[in-house]
Design a protein around this ligand. Structure first.
Ligand code: AMP
Ligand code: MG
Length: 438
């Protein structure tokens, strides 16, 4: 059978032990098949779900021409009638009122107007709204208003029927990861539910004899398992169905059993630890036994040991249910960096999401940066926007791949491209901010 390894070999610069990050991302995306299954969910449950099909607008939004202001609606033709300099003030007779939800249905004579509130349908024959702050009411009030003709142009302050969305047009495209505005947009079309992709199932577990769970006593030489919590949290953000399989000892049999169980229950399996070349590193060897390995090392820092392949629940290629497997490095920062840079785009693609690259922002280094050419580095940085509007960034102190505290301290990755060498203060770099607005 065609293996990942042979097919991946067609990718330029293929070196399964030190693959450039861009090549790894390309190989991974080649091996992703978007989920086919979809389900209908109510709008209230649709946030961050992936739209399974284009949504076609069943109505015009807005459904009728309406006023954008509180004011007076009238036929703007009167503005175009030639007037002498003495006639720059227009006087109109107020014929009635229109509120949102309560249209004015009567006829309107030329030189008459309707008191109108924001959102109220434009009365027949009216195409212009003069805002109330430009208007003087007659005193004593005899039902007339007056305003300077040049205060308003014909057609002003009127929202056109269908100007937001025309009936029959695509309101949202398949592959959209639904945001708050999208949920509102769907509601504005009168829809109560929406067809979304089924949630991707992602199983994950930690490996390592040294690991203890929070709440347990920390025996000599042991550490708390943080990766499982980091992974669980990052998966939650992506709104996948995350399956926590706990932690597994550094024993080949236990590892094989958990990998098979994971492949049976999930579309993607994430493991942490055991992918380097130490004597207790069994993830890669088990992956080679149970499945098909595309690569096991990246020209990347942190994140050099990263295994990617496919495993089968039956324990041999082709037997049972197949799942993609990412064997993430055990060092806590490396786990996070490889998740964000390699795993996240793959999970989104598999969940059916349209590709949406994370923006890179140009910045200037505030301090010298050490960088070895020949690998992509994702250093942790603290960025801020200077008074001149330019972004500046400094690496957080330690760049150790074990120092999770610097991930919490940082607000961005400093992305240093494959060929980049040491940088001086003031040099240009790209940053990837951790937080976005929506
Ligand atoms: P490994 O790749 O298994 O050799 O792990 C590399 C380093 O990461 C070692 O120092 C491990 O103790 C540490 N490590 C591995 N798994 C975890 C985990 N789940 N939580 C925190 N640290 C871990
Ligand atoms: Mg280990």
């Amino acid at each position: 059978m065609t293996t990942l390894n042979t097919l991946s070999g067609c990718v330029t610069r293929y070196d399964p032990q030190a693959l450039p990050v861009s090549a790894a991302q390309a190989i991974v995306l080649q091996w992703v098949t978007p989920l086919a299954a979809s389900e209908r969910v109510p709008l209230a449950d649709a946030l961050t779900r992936v739209l399974a099909a284009d949504v076609i607008s069943p109505i015009d939004v807005p459904a009728h021409d309406n006023s954008a202001m509180d004011g007076y609606a009238f036929d703007g033709a009167v503005l175009e009638t030639p007037r002498g300099p003495e006639a720059e003030t227009l006087t109109l007779n107020v014929a009635g009122k229109a509120f949102a939800g309560h249209p004015y249905t009567g006829a309107i004579a030329r030189n008459a107007c309707v008191r109108i509130m924001t959102g109220a349908p434009m009365p027949a024959g009216c195409d212009t709204v003069v805002p109330q702050e430009h208007v003087k009411r007659s005193n004593p009030d005899d039902g007339h208003i007056a305003f300077a003709a040049q205060a308003v142009a014909r057609g002003a302050n009127r929202r056109r029927r269908g100007e937001d969305l025309a009936r029959g047009s695509v309101a949202l495209h398949a592959g959209r990861v639904l945001r708050a505005s999208d949920i509102g947009l769907l509601a504005s079309l009168g829809l109560t539910d929406v067809e979304v992709k089924q949630r991707l199932r992602v199983a994950y577990f930690s490996t390592g004899d040294e690991l203890r769970s929070p709440g347990e006593t920390l025996d000599a030489g042991c550490i708390y398992d943080s990766n499982r919590y980091t992974l669980g949290a990052m998966l939650k953000r992506l709104d996948v169905e995350a399956i926590d399989l706990g932690r597994v000892r550094d024993e080949p049999a236990a590892l094989a059993a958990t990998l098979k169980l994971a492949a049976e229950r999930a579309d993607v399996v994430l493991t942490s630890g055991g992918v380097s070349v130490g004597e207790a590193d069994f993830t890669r060897t088990q992956l080679q036994k149970l499945g098909d390995v595309a690569f096991w090392g990246l020209a990347m820092r942190p994140g050099r040991p990263l295994a990617f392949g496919r495993i089968w629940s039956g324990g041999t290629p082709g037997a049972g249910h197949a799942a993609l497997l990412f064997g993430l490095p055990g060092n806590p920062v490396a786990t996070m960096v490889t998740f964000y840079q390699i795993v996240r785009p793959a999970l989104l693609a598999m969940a059916g999401a349209a590709p949406q690259p994370v923006p890179l922002i140009p910045a200037r280094c505030e301090a010298p940066v050490k960088k070895r050419p020949g690998r992509t580095e994702f250093q942790r940085g603290l960025a801020h926007r200077g008074g001149d509007g330019q972004w500046r960034v400094a690496p957080t102190g330690s760049q150790s791949s074990g120092a999770l505290s610097t991930m919490s301290e940082a607000n961005c990755f400093i992305v240093l491209a494959h060929e980049t060498a040491d940088l001086d203060a003031g040099d240009a770099v790209d940053i990837m901010l951790f937080d976005g607005l929506v």
